[in-house]
Design a protein around this ligand. Structure first.
Ligand code: ADP
Length: 499
């Protein structure tokens, strides 16, 4: 009988760790340490203390993992029927659900997020695996009837061995939303989780093996970006790279991929506008604006990090957001606070640096703007929900992704200015508009240069809706049926049939 959520939390809080955590790479169905013997520690951001260690891998382990994936790609995995691929994914989703509490507690310990958010992430992980399980046996080409003399058709084939580079903010579901369509499409996988959140990827790989996935089809190599990530994306045997992370690293990865003419899906963050027009339902908009930015302590690429607000309602709206922001409790993810920790101290410093510089430029910080400690733990990397009011469009807190709980406000007069302000950055991931006027909603949805737009409900899109960015926010789409397309290539076949 597996331990209950409260037992797991009790163990984690009393001992500072959990028993039975994975410790090694998962390569070719085996737990494999780094040849060098090197290890790294992972820290609980809620206490700031190391709580587990894992393999610090490099080129040798990456090579082994790619060799296994390549062998399976052109071997056993190719012969597994689409129905069986779907069945394996469904069993994996079920195992995720059965192990949801443990996965969620480990995700909280690794990432710092609140247990409620971690549970949401794990539930989403099961959902997205199930979603692609259902698509595995619905992959088909077409016949092209342009010439009577030929039978012409297309085959939809897997791209080959795929690499998945995962960030630390949603370690479990970001991995799942890439590997589930890859496996459904018939690709094999080598994944590298972020060095601050390596453990749930290893746990997922174990569950996929238990679900019946052949050894070598899904491999997880842990280590740093430069030691383990770089050799993975540089390898010629990798035919596709799914990368989620910073623009800087994403551009580097994209360049490397192009050297090998490997395809990419790059999801590189955002600076997403939350537009509230003068006629919006203020209660709903205020609530949603708060959780669009402060969920997961703002460490979400699609966080609503800019409030684009009509002057007519600016004062009241901002006052209400500030009041709610001040009421948000911040603390250890397993301690019941609304919002957990910042994932790592460098990130905490980066977030605070943005706010400090804004203050130096004379910007008005209406709440937050300071680190916080969890008194019960006596440590941890926390930041208070922060709002910087009335900022001009060219300011760095409008233009740059802060990736923390910092909301920057742009005041506008009317819908035209709102659209211009919303489109003023180099990013184009998420956006929303709150209005009661359907024409205004449709107009704004048409004119926002972002991959997603939602109306009157910020986190409206599910796993069935394509997700990705315009401009520097990325290329390619994950989720939805398009998410599967990203792992397939078309082969055209023409057969002369007139003798
Ligand atoms: P952050 O700066 O927030 O850690 P990154 O974009 O650097 O974000 O990291 C996202 C993921 O990319 C992590 O898994 C990291 O280890 C990996 N990574 C970093 N540098 C490289 C690289 N040169 N090649 C491949 N992966 C990398």
């Amino acid at each position: 009988m597996s331990a209950s959520l409260s037992q797991l939390i009790e163990e984690a809080r009393s001992t500072g760790t959990l028993s039975g955590l994975p410790k090694s790479n998962f390569i070719d169905g085996q737990w494999v340490d780094a040849e060098s013997g090197a290890r790294m520690e992972t820290y609980d951001p809620g206490t700031g203390k190391a709580y587990a260690d894992f393999a610090a891998s490099g080129a040798a382990e990456v090579d082994r993992a790619i060799a296994a994936a390549e062998r399976e790609q052109y071997g056993r995995w190719r012969d597994v029927t689409p129905q069986e691929r779907g069945a394996i994914l469904r069993r994996a989703a079920q195992l995720v659900e059965e192990n949801a509490e443990r996965l969620a507690v480990v995700e909280t310990l690794d990432s710092g997020k609140s247990i409620g958010e971690a549970q949401g992430d794990v539930a989403g992980t099961a959902r997205v695996i199930n979603y692609y399980a259902g698509l595995a046996d619905k992959i088909h080409g077409e016949t092209i009837n342009s010439r009577r003399s030929h039978l012409t058709y297309t085959l939809r084939e897997p791209l080959g061995v795929t690499a998945h580079i995962i960030p630390w903010n949603y370690p479990t579901s970001t991995l799942a939303r890439g590997i589930a369509p890859a496996l459904a499409a018939g690709c094999t996988v080598v994944a590298k989780p972020a060095e601050t959140t390596p453990l749930t990827a290893l746990m997922l790989a174990d569950l996929f093996q238990k679900a019946g996935l052949p050894d070598g089809v899904l491999n997880v190599v842990t280590g740093t970006g430069s030691e383990a990530g770089a050799p993975l994306v540089e390898d010629k045997r990798i035919r596709h790279i799914t990368f989620t992370g910073s623009v800087r690293t994403g551009v580097q990865v994209g360049q490397v991929a192009m050297r090998n003419v490997a395809s990419t899906i790059l999801e590189l963050g955002g600076k997403s506008p939350f537009i509230a027009l003068a006629d919006c339902d203020m209660d709903r908009a205020v609530d949603d604006a708060v959780w669009a930015i402060y969920s997961n302590a703002g460490q979400i690429c699609s966080a609503g990090s800019r409030l684009v607000i009509d002057r007519a309602i600016h004062e009241e709206f901002v006052a209400r957001v500030v009041e709610k922001a001040r009421g948000i409790t911040v603390g250890h993810g397993l301690g019941g606070a609304d919002v957990g920790a910042i994932n790592n101290p460098m990130q905490l410093e980066k977030v605070h640096g943005f706010v400090e510089r804004a203050r130096e430029r004379g910007r008005t910080v209406l709440c937050g703007g300071e680190t916080a400690t969890d008194a019960e733990n006596g440590g941890g990397w926390f930041y208070r929900p922060t709002l910087i009011d009335n900022v001009p469009s060219d300011d760095e807190v409008i233009q740059d992704e802060i990736f923390g709980p910092v909301l920057s406000v742009q005041v506008v007069d009317g819908i035209e200015e709102a659209i211009t302000a919303a489109n003023c950055t180099d990013f184009g991931l998420m956006s929303c508009v709150y209005t009661q006027d359907v024409s205004k909603a449709l107009r704004v949805a048409r004119d926002l240069d972002t991959g997603q737009v939602s109306v009157n409900d910020y986190w409206a899109n599910g796993w069935d809706v394509p997700f990705g960015g315009t401009k520097l926010s990325g290329i390619g789409r994950e989720k939805g049926t398009e998410g599967l397309e990203g792992y397939l290539q078309t082969k055209g076949v023409s057969i002369r049939i007139d003798g």
